[in-house]
Design a protein around this ligand. Structure first.
Ligand code: FE2
Length: 289
């Protein structure tokens, strides 16, 4: 569908300790952090004004997932789709649009109550190239694929599929994980661009967010970040390994807010025809300690 979501444009997180987050990002990940107002930090991974915003908030969870559509026409069309599907949404005013650094937006919730914003026209600061907060071998991968991907909580995979399909995404269950009790855990992956998935659902999470994936274009940055994380107070939650679906070579560590960040390299797009896996290619051992 031409009028659908094109990328995960920005994400806002509530964090209880802004200073700890800033230090973690600047020493471990290398994203650019800057402050424009009290109680909030902007985080960049490319030349957009920001890709992430950290807001001082005790939730330590996802505050808003910002999904982009291409332009004015697509923005009008997707509001028509929401009306047809009887999904309640609110038009954002100019004050909110200015806060988000976008031309226009609407606010809504997905079936699980995850707060979403659909927008067009992000502020791109072409005059202000990305400047990493620590040494990097390469850079972060955004471009056509947007800011990254997230796994979020869901309220049933069928209605989750219907909702994100309505917004223009495609996808399917890509993993059926055997469970110790003999059952099977299905994980649903939805894509809208060059990433295998932009959102996925089905991993257990007490919070709205299970993890955020940020991609780098140089394998050395995965290993350097991994070494820095191992020497830090933040535990590696999933060891180095390769996913069977998006081919991402990655590891996961626990953020100061308790959810995970995945640092990935060499992800591939979704397969043209759906397929599923029962385990990863190698590695990705879960830390149960
Ligand atoms: Fe991931």
């Amino acid at each position: 569908m031409d009028c659908g979501i094109t990328e995960l444009g920005y994400v806002r997180f509530g964090v209880s300790d802004l200073a700890e987050w800033q230090e973690m990002i600047e020493t471990l990940i290398g994203l650019e952090v800057f402050k424009e107002e009290e109680g909030s930090l902007f985080v960049r991974s490319d030349d957009h004004h920001h890709r992430f915003e950290l807001v001082e908030d005790a939730s330590d969870d996802l505050l808003t997932a910002g999904f982009r559509v291409a332009g004015v026409d697509e923005f009008e069309q997707i509001q028509g789709l929401l009306r047809t599907a009887n999904v309640p949404f609110e038009a954002g005013n100019q004050e909110l649009a200015a806060q988000r650094r976008v031309l226009d937006l609407v606010t809504l919730e997905d079936p699980a109550g995850n707060p979403l914003e659909i927008f067009h026209g992000p502020q791109v600061d072409a005059h202000k190239p990305f400047y990493p907060s620590r040494r990097m071998f390469g850079k972060f991968v955004t471009g056509d694929g947007g800011a990254g991907h997230m796994i979020l909580k869901h309220a049933g995979l069928d209605q989750t599929y219907e909702f994100y399909r309505m917004l223009g995404m495609r996808g399917s269950v890509e993993y059926k994980f055997p469970l110790p009790d003999g059952g099977v855990a299905d994980v649903l992956f939805m894509h809208c661009n060059s990433r295998d998935h932009t959102v996925a659902f089905g991993l257990p999470s007490k919070k709205r967010i299970n993890h955020l994936m940020i991609e780098v274009d140089n394998l050395d940055d995965v290993f350097m970040t991994h070494e820095l994380v191992q020497a830090s107070q933040y535990p590696v939650q999933v060891s180095l390994g390769k996913h069977a679906n998006d081919h991402m070579f990655s590891f996961y560590f626990t953020t100061p807010s308790g959810w995970q960040i995945e640092i990935g390299y060499a992800g591939r797009p979704a397969t043209h025809q759906s397929e599923y896996y029962t385990r990863d290619t190698y590695g990705h051992e879960f830390n149960r300690s």
